[in-house]
Write a protein that binds this ligand. Structure first.
Ligand SMILES: O=C(O)CCC(=O)C(=O)O
Length: 290
């Protein structure tokens, strides 16, 4: 079970991110690697198609970073990681929230030679719910290195001006361009921190922290699984359904109310002990914090 110290929480508040080790064990890593292969081949264990399938083996551009969003709905091995109660609790502690729901996950595979993902601030895509914030837990399935296109985070950038999303996200020529423009506007020389960890480690980052990743210039695969989490008490904001990822995720809105449906955005952990009961049945789990 993953737990945070007070020093780590303080460090996260100062930097806008926290790099950690041992989020998942070796058996889980091996299982996830098999399931990543299945997902990118269109083999979905639950029969449910993930919400965003941006790369498949037959049709995907081999130079791009492979990406699927909400792999957890298609595969229970993925779900068992990204819906973990201890990760939900850690996110809530870092964010100062009463609880955590999963907003989406990201299944990412950047093979040797493949192209960058553009720098961005996650919160800039989220006006379709309120409060429009998230906090992410990024988990490496391979040892990471600076030349292997690992995640890059800008220290202290969670306090910068809020940007609006611009430019190509998948494989842009200059993946740091919009971050550099934001740093210039801020009058700051950006400090880039590479997430270099043994497999199973990773990082947490604030929703306004600038981040992205470069070319994989190593001979090694770079696979990662990301939990993007939101507050447990968020609600839909129908005024902004066309913004960011709203056109995709507004489809789960109830008729007649703005509640977030727990079947699509389950509560992972809440400070009163609540966790979405359907999750327990779906994953056939005992009390995950017992
Ligand atoms: O893993 C990457 O290259 C980027 C991941 C990302 O954008 C995120 O975790 O928010």
């Amino acid at each position: 079970m993953f737990t945070l110290t007070q020093d780590q929480i303080q460090q996260f508040n100062d930097d806008g991110f926290l790099i950690v080790e041992e989020l998942i064990d070796d058996d889980t890593i091996e299982l996830l690697k098999e399931r990543f292969q299945c997902l990118f081949r269109g083999i979905f264990e639950t029969g449910i198609i993930p919400d965003e399938v941006n790369w498949q083996e037959e049709s995907g551009d081999p130079t791009l970073t492979r990406q699927i969003c909400n792999g957890w709905r298609a595969d229970r091995a993925v779900a068992r990681v990204v819906t973990r109660a201890d990760l939900g609790k850690a996110v809530a502690q870092l964010a100062g929230w009463p609880g955590t729901r999963i907003m989406i996950d990201n299944v990412l595979w950047k093979p040797p030679g493949s192209r960058p993902l553009a720098y961005h601030q996650d919160n800039a895509y989220l006006a379709w719910y309120t409060p429009p914030e998230l906090l992410s837990c990024w988990i490496a399935l391979d040892d990471t290195s600076a030349d292997g296109g690992t995640l890059e985070l800008i220290r202290g950038s969670h306090r910068w001006y809020h940007s609006i999303p611009k430019g190509e996200f998948h494989g842009p020529a200059d993946y740091r361009k919009h971050m550099r423009l934001a740093a210039d506007r801020q009058g700051i020389e950006p400090e880039i921190v590479n997430v270099v960890v043994p497999r199973g480690g990773g990082s947490f980052h604030h929703g306004w922290t600038w981040h992205g990743s470069g070319y994989n210039q190593s001979g090694q695969e770079r696979r990662s699984l990301v939990l993007h989490a939101m507050r447990s008490d968020v609600r839909y904001d129908p005024e902004n359904f066309q913004s960011g990822t709203g056109p995709i995720y507004s489809r789960y809105k109830h008729l007649g109310d703005c509640e977030m449906d727990e079947n699509y955005f389950p509560v992972l952990w809440r400070n009163d002990g609540y966790r979405t009961p359907g999750l327990r049945r779906h994953l056939d789990e005992q009390d995950p914090l017992a």
